[in-house]
Write a protein that binds this ligand. Structure first.
Ligand code: THU
Length: 163
């Protein structure tokens, strides 16, 4: 028997002021996108902005439904939109942020497990790590060099492929 460690490296910025100008622009667009969230049940308005390898930016916001599982997170709205519009283009960066009138969001928003799984598959599909930038309404920012840092031991479907 043996144990092993899986290490995720997360860079923490004191504030968004430390982002590059391109990243600040993506954060601004993610915030803008959060305004189009449909979140009457949670009051948690999430926005995501993706920068693609071809320079295009694709945004998404969470879209809820009274039948709760029918709604979708901002990250997956953005990823599926990018996949539908630019199926052969890799995704370089995702910025996620959230706002609420009910809560103060002063910590970075961290994606749910379903979104991690979906994002990880886009990395595999395009064979390119996606830079992840997570923010709240204010406060610290987390940066990760790839989705796998958020999803160790992910299900990759390897066993489903024919040898
Ligand atoms: N949500 C996102 O859109 N992204 C996240 O990273 C966390 C959660 C949404 C789902 C739901 O509409 C609301 O936030 C509350 O969970």
């Amino acid at each position: 028997m043996k144990s092993f460690k899986i290490i995720s490296i997360i860079t923490e910025l004191e504030s968004e002021e430390e982002l590059s100008s391109e990243e600040k622009k993506l954060l601004r667009l993610a915030r803008e996108s959060a305004k189009s969230a449909y979140a009457p049940y949670s009051n948690f308005f999430v926005g995501a902005a993706l920068l693609l390898e071809n320079g295009k930016i694709v945004c998404g916001s969470n879209q809820e439904n009274v039948a709760f599982p029918s709604g979708l997170c901002a990250e997956r709205v953005a990823f599926f939109s990018a996949g539908a519009q630019y199926p052969n283009v890799a995704i370089k960066t995702i910025v996620v942020t959230a706002r609420s009138e009910k809560f103060s969001i002063n910590k970075p928003v961290t994606p749910c497990g379903d979104c991690r799984q979906v994002m990880a598959e886009y990395e595999d599909r395009h064979k390119k790590n996606i830079r992840v930038i997570l923010s709240g309404e204010k406060g610290k920012i987390f940066i990760l060099d790839g989705i796998k840092s958020l999803l160790p031991l992910m299900f990759s479907g390897e066993g489903l492929r024919k040898k």
